[in-house]
Write a protein that binds this ligand. Structure first.
Ligand code: AHR
Length: 505
């Protein structure tokens, strides 16, 4: 069966710039993300540079990874940075009480993380400890990382082998303060965020974007309290700007029955569509946060950051429940496609987003098995979409498209977004029908266009995935297109994600 859809794109009507940072990532000391993931150690037979696994670096560089958030997550509010600097053999071990209650060697610490960012060409997003740390400890960490003179922390960094300060553009003021970050009330946390932010200084030429730990999903009250506390406190200014410059929120997708309740690879058609509806509902959630932020900050100076997003399924059988290792299917890739369209639409306020997590945890880009590495379907969405980074949003209108009823609400089966930069345009289309093809007709208005490349990612089933024995079961394929008199036509297979790159005159 084939359904039809029609859309219009105004190639000459540009909107806000889509920050490259919405293509950001997150790496926590959790399961096999850092150890047996990014970090294999210098003595490993797996090719590495100073202990950092190089095939992962290559894969992520191919995504133009813009930033990496570290060390958590919940782990961040138990992390004391001094444990992770200095000679590795003398670093103290600690218990990772959030994730599997395993012993953490601290072999991967501040220097290793910053070296990883340098190898990746990514900006560092360091998440500080509010829950069990101190203001002084956080202020010292900022100084250690970013100061260039003979201040005490700069000297300590040099004693540990690094002369030059690093650039750290993003700084997290704790994480999920309403939960694992300290079970605080919004009012209490807002005071703490102001206090901690005040002492996280801009040293030398470094400029921090301080990010207050925000809401769970659509907890708009949390955002309201943070924004009120920030904007109504006249003295709360640092270097002439509000004392923190962004607020975050987290959004995990499942089929509606909660995180950790379903298998990643075994699900019904109903659960598939419920998952898509949950992912699509992110638009409502962001609109809610944006409306609250607009009411306190109409000029849009404070950024909204979705610094944890992605699917959260049951762990794979036989793996540590605390390690959050899950497979990654076409269903996950479509969630990513939907999310990026939503992120693009909110380019005015949404300044960053970080998928959870990059390696071997939750909705990962890459999964490792010994020395083998698999690129997940989600990885391919990031790769196919990378030209949206720092591009200008284009006006896109879906005129008509099929929909399906999900628990009484109509879920459109086509989502799309488009952007332009450097004489080109990129269209992304996410087609959600589990079993029908879709003929899509796009009226390209305002400028001449020519198809440069068109690719589709679909796989043979909604639960198809890649593994070391079949690493390319779900991979981008060429997509046939027609383009005459400004009318672009494509035939999308069921459950597929497509990108079309255009030259525009
Ligand atoms: O990404 C896994 C965990 O999910 C993070 O540590 C926490 O912030 C969230 O609850």
């Amino acid at each position: 069966m084939t359904a039809t859809a029609h859309a219009v794109i105004d190639l000459d009507v540009t909107g806000h710039t889509i920050s490259r940072h919405v293509y950001g990532h997150f790496a926590e000391h959790l399961g096999r993300c850092i150890y047996d993931g990014f970090w294999v150690g210098e003595d490993s037979p797996i090719p590495n540079e100073r202990g950092i696994r190089l095939d992962i670096v290559d894969a992520l560089r191919n995504l133009d990874i813009p930033n990496l958030r570290w060390p958590g997550g919940c782990f961040a509010d138990t992390y004391h940075w001094r444990d992770g600097v200095g000679p590795r053999e003398s670093r103290p071990k600690i218990a990772n009480t959030n994730w599997g209650d395993v012993v953490e060697s601290n072999h991967f610490g501040t220097h290793e993380f910053m070296e990883l960012c340098e190898l990746l060409g990514a900006d560092a997003y360091v998440n500080g400890n509010v829950g069990s740390g101190t203001v002084q400890e956080m202020a010292d960490w900022v100084e250690y990382l970013t100061r260039d003179d003979d201040s005490p922390m700069a000297r300590l960094r040099r004693e540990h082998g690094r002369d030059e300060p690093w650039k750290v553009p993003f700084w997290g003021l704790g994480n999920e303060a309403w939960g694992c970050g300290g079970n605080m009330s919004a009012e209490h946390y807002a005071e703490e965020a102001r206090r901690y932010a005040t002492f996280c200084r801009d040293h030398g030429g470094n400029r921090l974007t301080r990010i207050a730990a925000g809401a769970n999903e659509d907890d708009l009250d949390w955002t309201r309290v943070l924004m009120k506390s920030l904007t109504e406190c006249l003295g709360c200014r640092l270097y002439g700007t509000p004392v923190y410059q962004a607020v975050s929120f987290h959004y995990y997708t499942h089929s509606g029955s909660g995180i950790n309740t379903e298998a990643a690879t075994e699900f019904t058609a109903t659960q598939f569509y419920q998952t898509m509806a949950y992912a699509a509902d992110l638009d409502r959630v962001i609109r809610g946060h944006v409306a609250v932020m607009d009411s306190y900050d109409p000029a849009g100076r404070i950024g909204l950051v979705c610094d944890e997003w992605g699917t959260w399924w049951n762990v794979e059988e036989g793996t540590n429940p605390g390690f959050l290792f899950q497979q990654n299917t076409v269903r996950d890739a479509l969630v990513a496609g939907l999310h990026f369209d939503i992120f693009h639409r909110h380019a005015r306020r949404l300044t960053m987003a970080n998928i959870a997590q990059t390696v071997n945890v939750l909705q990962a880009m890459v999964l490792t098995d010994g020395d083998r590495l698999v690129l997940t379907p989600t990885y391919h969405v990031f790769e196919m979409n990378k030209r949206h980074q720092d591009a200008s949003l284009l006006a896109t209108h879906v005129i008509d498209a099929p929909s399906i009823d999900v628990d009484g609400e109509a879920l459109p089966l086509l989502s799309m977004s488009a952007s332009t930069k450097d004489g080109g345009a990129l269209l992304s289309l996410t087609h959600l029908s589990a079993d029908e093809h879709l003929e899509v007709t796009v009226d390209l208005r305002g400028r001449e266009a020519r198809v440069r490349q068109a690719r589709v990612l679909g796989g043979d089933a909604t639960n198809a995935f890649n593994d070391p024995d079949d690493p390319s079961r779900v991979a981008p394929q060429p997509l046939a297109t027609g383009l005459a008199d400004g009318i672009l036509t494509v035939r999308m297979p069921p459950h597929s994600f497509a990108t079309i790159e255009l030259d525009v005159g």
